[in-house]
Design a protein around this ligand. Structure first.
Ligand SMILES: [Zn+2]
Length: 164
């Protein structure tokens, strides 16, 4: 599903313009200061989906939050239509959360959607050196280029290298 979005919005190079994609999918994005432990939220107002983002967080993290909430909109619309879905820090940041250990399956799905949207295979293929042996510096450089956290980049690289 994340890949379908990339094709539809003609994304051919990193960093994935997640804010533009979310808007073009009909969401309104509101940036504002929230408690540090809150990443963001998604809810409907007059049938318009609103994504709230904690503007105090690092820009990369805000991008992940938008992608995560967009994941809820695409995958769990009927579940979130009835109220405000609020996301706390730990659910979306930690590596075990990305891997889906010990968290709500819908959060796991939204995290995986976000990771795949922000760091899709097709863009990794273009950007990862052919040797595929990456040191920490290279991983950091890739994370910068994709505008994601190092944790997200490591998680995606690991999955991608296992697959190929
Ligand atoms: Zn969530």
């Amino acid at each position: 599903m994340a890949y379908g979005l990339l094709e539809k919005h003609k994304v051919i190079a990193p960093a994935v313009p997640v804010e533009r994609i979310a808007k073009q999918e009909g969401a309104r994005i509101q940036f504002g200061p929230l408690d540090n432990e809150l990443s963001g939220m998604v809810f409907f107002k007059d049938s318009v989906p609103i994504i709230g983002v904690n503007s105090l967080h690092h820009p990369n993290r805000q991008r992940f939050t938008i992608a995560h909430e967009l994941g809820h909109l695409m995958l769990h619309r009927t579940k979130i239509e009835t109220g405000v879905h609020v996301d706390k820090e730990l659910a979306v940041l930690r590596r075990d959360a990305l891997a889906g250990k010990g968290i709500d399956p819908i959060e796991m799905e939204a995290n995986q959607f976000a990771a795949l949207l922000l760091v899709p295979d097709v863009l990794l293929e273009q950007t990862v050196p052919s040797s595929r042996h990456l040191d920490d510096e290279q991983i950091e450089a890739l994370a910068k280029r994709f505008k994601v956290s190092t944790v997200t980049m490591q998680f995606r690289l690991q999955r991608w290298l296992e697959k190929s």
